[in-house]
Design a protein around this ligand. Sequence first.
Ligand code: CP3
Length: 355
Amino acid sequence: METLIPSPSGHTNTKRLLDVLSGKPVDRAPFWFMRQAGRYLPEYRALRARAGSFLDLAYTPDFAVEVTLQPIRRFHPDAAILFSDILVVPHALGQDLAFREGEGPVLDPVAGVADLTRLSVKGFHDHLKPVYETVARLREALPDDVALIGFAGAPWTVATYMVAGRGTSDQAPAKAWAYGDSEGFQALIDLLVESTGDYLERQVEAGAETVQIFDTWAGSLPPSQFARWVIEPTKAIVRRLKQRFPNVPVIGFPRGAGPLYVRYVRETGVDAVGIDTALPADWAAEHLSPLAAVQGNLDPQLVVAGGAAMDDDVERIQSAFRGCRHIFNLGHGFVPNTPVAHVEALVRRLKGGEE
Ligand code: CP3
């Protein structure tokens, strides 16, 4: 089903995203979008209907490759992100998982240390084989100027879903465990550090050229707990990846971390950091750009609105990062009601008339 996408003529085979991550000069800021594959695209909705469920889509390499390539054909961004989900890791550890229409993920909750015995690394990589195959096939199929990003959820964020058994607005169940029995919760986090590190290593072996660690709920922790549950687990994963693959850049996305972004970058050792919608771009350019490449941070709702409101913020973000190592992205993923025409207009602006 996958087809090779020709690179626009005149392009060299260097990848802007990898250049920025390794500190090389680029002709313009590379861009890609979180959730660039997804329900706002009619061709995604069609394939999703054919696959039956989200998990069938994610675990069938023919489908996952095709879905990953859909936004590449339309927009030719500087990177493709593997189509999968952060919750395949708990699933591969033996936790039941389903995605219900209109409800999001549903897992059999892991509510305390006693439940940890239900989880096991046995069969972990077998379960994830279709993901590794998807990565390998994508690497073959992608144009030579489009970088391939692998990803995983950070231990804290994945644990919030594992413990609650669903998405929550306040992450209360995971917090109750972490604050009330920090040693027991640490055992869950340690298991996730190990398995997530393994999982990312395999993605790199299969062909991922960089990886992003999504810590969607990092900003929900008080500063007193941030180092233990966000920084330390991420640092352990980065250290491990760097030992095996010193030249593979790691992008961290501790959404909502506010001023703690500085500590996160300094202490985890990430090469780039994704900033969320609420972080002022000029603050990030001043405090984070000296430490790492910075990725972000257009409000996805501005792409829903489109027009001058969107254009003004694109301009504001671009000028804040002028002269800095910047990867243009959203501050969080595209939402399903994003008009494709607004994404097209955004892409034209980001390419500044090239092609
Ligand atoms: O294009 C891409 O960004 C790559 C694919 C990707 C998905 N999920 C596909 C997906 C990535 C990188 C993720 C990460 C992810 N998954 C995160 C971290 C980033 C973030 O958005 O904060 C989280 C928290 C999850 C967990 C998750 N997956 C939730 C809470 C939901 C339900 C909410 C929703 O948007 O429906 C999902 C489902 C999901 N993952 C969809 C997609 C395209 C929609 C499923 C569908 O088609 O029905």
